[in-house]
Design a protein around this ligand. Structure first.
Ligand SMILES: Cc1cc2nc3c(=O)[nH]c(=O)nc-3n(C[C@H](O)[C@H](O)[C@H](O)COP(=O)(O)O)c2cc1C
Length: 432
């Protein structure tokens, strides 16, 4: 009998997509301040409680302006290794850059996380887009997109070979021993003899995920990924992404549909849609919009002179996204999604665009404002389309909004029959 298919919900476990008013909101509601690391461990507890498939930690390998929003986030593999000891079921997916890491080092670190978590580790491969970060890695400048993905391709080949040329074998004397073979990789960028000196976990090796939606990104995903993190903000764009990925999978000799696409989502919820709107308005109220307005589109390298915060946004000044790959350096920020959102709202104010582009968790991911029942309907509709395997959830106001989701939405999803009612005991790779 075919196994029942459930929606995958991953919990993004760093605070990178919080609403900019989240801190003011927590203060106003008497929610105690926690250190960065306490918050990470709290995400771990929520991961198990909410029956999430995995925690997912994005990575920003450098400082984006100073001062930072708090003590500075811990590096993902270290954070997840600490969380592993405090959790039992939730998968643990760490992002790391193929541009800045060395494959042997990363293979060792992630294989160690896989041991620490007893087969719950995953790796989200990214090539990284912020030019200045290259200056932390002894590079004169950042590699361009094509060179980054060429390196990512060879990198993932080395990483996977190191992981796959290992086994635990029970010898005739009854003892379990670790054996590994050299890989003797001699490539354009990497020379790696191997073998890797960390034994495999019960899932053999960590899951490989990928994020980066340009043509080159999708081609690399089609060769190596077992899950992709996307930023589809409409059901139509999710269908289009699915078609593109399936074509690339077929070209790579893999079955179309075999790699689930998981778009990001930032929910704003309440008992009713009106209550959700009120909560969003309250969060918006803690942000001083005027000083951040001029930087709202800086993430896309776009500078538009903006006047009064409540004046209509100068929509005509936006570049047309006909050839985004040439004009916008990455699909990360989802410029096309933001452009379409603005076009659908004639007369939209500068304040609203700034809120959508940066204030409410960034332009990259879809935002959902509605009731608990509304979001269940929304998930069911996206899932029924068959183009997504689930969602990577980013919560607007941290712990308060995650707790609300677990208490109110998870039981409704279970009742609806589209979400697991019990923890998944399987190693992470078998879940996708
Ligand atoms: C949904 C999504 C999430 C991403 N997360 C990260 C991240 O956490 N850290 C990072 O360095 N890059 C991240 N990236 C950037 C990609 O690694 C990639 O460098 C960038 O998007 C440029 O390639 P592209 O044009 O294929 O998107 C992300 C991209 C997408 C689409």
């Amino acid at each position: 009998m075919a196994e029942r298919r459930y929606l995958h919900l991953n919990l993004v476990a760093n605070d990178i997509n919080l609403h900019q008013g989240a801190y003011g909101y927590e203060r106003a509601h008497g929610i105690a301040e926690r250190s960065t690391f306490e918050r990470l461990l709290e995400y771990g507890r929520f991961g198990d409680q909410g029956l999430f498939t995995a925690l997912f930690i994005g990575d920003i390998p450098g400082m984006q302006g100073s001062p930072a929003f708090d003590g500075g986030p811990a590096e993902p593999i270290t954070a997840l290794t600490a969380i592993a000891a405090h959790t039992r079921h939730v998968g643990l997916i760490a992002t790391a850059s193929t541009t800045f890491y060395d494959p042997y080092n990363l293979a060792r670190l992630l294989a160690s996380l896989d041991q620490a978590s007893d087969g719950r580790a995953g790796y989200n491969a990214v090539t990284s887009v912020i030019d200045d970060f290259a200056l932390n890695y002894s590079l004169a400048q950042h590699l361009d997109r094509e060179a980054r993905y060429e390196r990512a391709d060879e990198f993932l080949d080395v990483l996977r070979s190191l992981w796959e040329n290992r086994e635990l074998r029970r010898d005739p004397d009854g003892r379990l021993r670790f054996y590994a073979e050299p890989i003797n990789h001699r490539g354009k960028r990497f020379q790696v003899t191997g073998p890797l000196n960390v034994a495999p976990s019960r899932q053999g090796r960590p899951l490989i995920a990928q994020a980066g939606g340009s043509g080159a990104g999708i081609r690399v995903a089609a060769k190596y990924a077992e899950m992709v993190f996307t930023n589809s903000s409409t059901r139509e764009s999710a269908a289009e992404y699915r078609r593109t990925l399936d074509t690339a999978l077929a070209e790579a000799g893999r079955a179309p549909g075999s790699v689930p696409a998981i778009p990001g989502l930032i929910p704003y919820l309440g008992r009713t849609a009106a209550e959700a709107q009120e909560k969003l308005a309250e969060l918006d109220g803690y942000v001083d919009w005027a000083p951040i307005a001029p930087f709202a589109l800086g993430q896309f390298g776009i500078e538009i002179p903006l006047g009064d915060i409540d004046a209509p946004f100068p929509t005509e000044a936006l570049p047309v996204p006909a050839d985004v790959e040439a004009t916008i350096k990455s699909t990360f920020g989802n410029y096309v999604g933001l452009y379409n959102w603005i076009q659908q709202r004639p007369g939209v104010s500068v304040r609203e665009v700034v809120a959508q582009a940066v204030g409410r968790g960034g332009a990259t991911h879809r935002k959902f404002v509605g009731s608990y029942d509304d979001i269940v309907e929304d998930f069911a509709a996206w899932f029924a389309d068959g183009n997504v395997g689930g969602f990577n959830l980013m919560f607007s106001a941290g712990a308060q909004s995650i707790g609300e989701f677990i208490d109110e939405v998870v039981p409704r999803l279970i009742d609806r029959g589209i979400y697991r009612a019990t923890p998944d005991e399987r190693p992470l790779r078998e879940r996708f």
